[in-house]
Write a protein that binds this ligand. Structure first.
Ligand code: AMP
Length: 293
C-alpha cells in the first residue's frame, strides 16, 4: 500500500492508472475506521483494479470547533486496517495541502439541505461538496462508495455528480450495525457506558416507525413522526435533535404514493451527536439492507 500526502502525486498515480485502462474505486473517510468504513472498502476492492481511500478530517464541514478538535484520529491503526483489506493507496493530505490559501470559491445547495443535518449543522454540506469535488477531481474515480448511514450526504453527492457531470458511479452501501442495532460511527467512542446503552433506542424508534408504516395502509407522515417521537421521549436520556419522515432522495415533506421515504433521527449526547435512518418503500420495506447487522 502506498501512502500519498500531496495532490500532485495522487493525481499522477490516478492519471497513470486511468491511462492503463484501470478502474479506480474510491472511498472518502475522515479516519478512525470501523467495520462500516471497511464494508465500503471491501465493496471497492471487489469491483475495481485500484482502490484509493482518503483520510482527511475536513475542517470545512464542521460547524462546531469542539467537534473538530475532539474528532478521534489514529492514522497508524487506520493504515494497518486498510493494508489488511488490500487497499492500494491511502491518500492523507494535510489541511494546508487541501486548502493552501483563503478560499474564493464556495459551493451551495438549492435543496436537500434545509432539513435534517443540513438544518442542524449550517455550512456542513457546503463543506462536504467542496472537499468531495476536490477529491473527485484529484482521484478521478470510476466508482465511489458512500454509506447510507449518512443518507442525506448520499442524496447531496448524487446531485453533485449528476449536475456537474462527474464521470463517476456512486455506489450506496447499507449501514453496518452493532448486534443491538446501533449504527457504527467513529463518534460512538465518545459515549459513556450508560449513553451507549441508551443509544440503541435510536434504532428501536426507527424500527418502530417502520413497523407503523407496515401495519397501517393509510399512514400519514405526522403519525409516523409522532409515534417515533413518543418512543424516543419515553426511552432516551439524550436530547433529540430531529425526528423526521421525508421523501428520499428529495427530502420533501409532501409524500406521494410510490415515493421512497426516509425515517431519520439525530440525538445529542454529552460528547457526541448520533444520527441514523432507514430508507423504505411505501409498504415499509427497507431499500438498502445489509446481511450483517
Ligand atoms: P466518515 O469517516 O464518517 O466521513 O465516513 C466515511 C464513509 O463511511 C461515509 O460514506 C459514511 O457514510 C460511511 N459510514 C460511516 N459509518 C458507516 C456505517 N455504520 N455503515 C456503513 N457506512 C458507514
Amino acid at each position: 500500500m502506498i501512502h500519498i500526502e500531496t495532490i500532485k502525486e495522487m493525481r499522477d498515480k490516478s492519471q497513470a492508472a486511468r491511462q492503463n485502462g484501470q478502474s479506480i474505486g474510491f472511498v472518502a473517510t475522515m479516519g478512525f475506521l470501523h467495520e462500516g468504513h471497511l464494508q465500503l472498502v471491501k465493496n471497492a476492492r471487489k469491483e475495481n483494479d485500484l482502490v484509493v481511500v482518503s483520510i482527511f478530517v475536513n475542517p470545512l464541514q464542521f460547524n462546531q470547533s469542539s467537534d473538530l478538535a475532539t474528532y478521534p484520529r489514529d492514522l497508524a491503526r487506520d493504515t494497518a486496517l486498510l493494508e489488511a483489506e488490500g487497499v492500494d493507496i491511502v491518500f492523507h493530505p494535510s489541511v494546508e495541502e487541501m486548502y493552501p490559501k483563503q478560499s474564493v470559491v464556495q459551493m451551495s445547495l438549492l435543496s436537500r439541505q434545509d432539513v435534517l443535518c443540513g438544518a442542524s449543522r449550517p455550512g456542513h454540506f457546503e463543506g462536504v461538496l467542496k472537499v468531495l469535488s476536490k477529491l473527485f477531481l484529484i482521484i478521478q474515480p470510476t466508482k465511489t462508495y458512500f454509506g447510507i448511514k449518512d443518507a442525506q450526504q448520499v442524496a447531496v453527492v448524487e446531485a453533485l455528480i449528476e449536475e456537474l457531470n462527474f464521470d463517476i458511479t456512486l455506489v450506496p452501501v447499507p449501514t453496518i450495525r452493532e448486534p443491538d442495532g446501533l449504527a457504527l460511527s467513529s463518534r460512538n467512542v465518545r459515549l459513556s457506558p450508560e449513553e451507549r446503552k441508551d443509544a440503541t433506542n435510536i434504532y428501536q424508534a426507527l424500527r418502530a416507525g417502520q413497523q407503523y408504516i407496515r401495519s397501517n395502509e393509510y399512514w400519514s407522515r405526522d403519525q409516523v413522526i409522532d409515534y417515533m417521537e413518543h418512543i424516543l421521549r419515553e426511552r432516551i436520556s439524550g436530547k433529540v435533535d430531529y425526528v423526521n419522515c421525508l421523501t428520499y432522495p428529495d427530502l420533501q415533506p409532501l409524500i406521494n404514493e410510490n415515493d421512497s421515504v426516509i425515517l431519520a433521527v439525530a440525538v445529542y449526547y454529552e460528547n457526541a451527536r448520533l444520527i441514523d435512518n432507514l430508507i423504505l418503500d411505501q409498504s415499509g420495506e427497507e431499500i438498502y439492507r445489509s446481511d450483517k447487522k
